[in-house]
Ligand binder design. Structure first.
Ligand code: GAR
Length: 197
């Protein structure tokens, strides 16, 4: 049972907040047992504290293997069964993927495989696409890559800038991510990322 979740964050934590709100319902089937940030100043940590969720900071070193091991140590200490990357802007090393195979979910602000990376919204605007969106996927050893679980389109409006487009993308993320995580913890996702019948 995937009843103990960790959420990994780096920034504002609006997606964390959506997950906190969703898991507050006892019917959700899982709780967030720890929030892990690579940045001590992430506002997401304040959100976690306000919700009474333990927080851990794992400062990211240039040695990704070592940082990944530090994250795994935290996850094991909290007996975590599933991991959600909600605006976590670091790349976990292969050891984490091996330790939690098909147990790590990421939300990304584009329709992957378009615009992977940390500046997806900027890249979509620069490219002039008319539609972008949100992807939720299982994490594998490549960046913003792995079996796609769900995608939702977001139309790019004339005159959009990063702020306006990001705001509409966030609205979609805050619905899609908790919905997918709900399916994940209930065992409704296959390893390929598709819904089980
Ligand atoms: C979200 O839009 C998420 O999709 C993105 O960071 C934002 C975090 O917002 N993640 C990535 O770009 C990962 N490559 P939040 O801190 O308010 O949840």
């Amino acid at each position: 049972m995937i009843d103990r979740l960790a959420v990994l964050v780096s920034g504002n934590g609006t997606n964390l907040q959506a997950l906190v709100d969703a898991t507050a319902d006892p019917g959700f089937g899982a709780s967030i047992v720890v929030v892990v940030s690579d940045r001590p100043d992430a506002y997401a940590l304040t959100r976690a504290e306000a919700a009474g969720i333990p927080t851990e900071v794992v400062p990211w070193s240039p040695d990704r293997t070592r940082s990944t091991k530090a994250v795994i140590d935290v996850l094991e200490r909290y007996e975590v069964k599933g991991v959600v990357l909600a605006g976590f802007m670091r790349i976990l090393g292969p050891a984490a993927i091996r330790r939690y195979p098909n147990r790590i979910i990421n939300v990304h602000p584009s329709l992957l495989p378009s615009f992977a990376g940390s500046k997806a919204i900027e890249a979509a605007l620069a490219h002039g696409v008319k539609v972008t969106g949100v992807t939720v996927h299982f994490v594998d050893e490549e960046v913003d890559h792995g079996p796609i679980i769900a995608q939702e389109p977001v139309v790019v409006e004339p005159g959009d800038d990063v702020e306006s487009l990001a705001a509409r993308i966030h609205i979609v993320e805050h619905v899609l991510l908790p919905a997918v995580v709900g399916d994940f913890v209930a065992g409704r996702l296959s390893q390929a990322g598709v819904m089980s019948p």
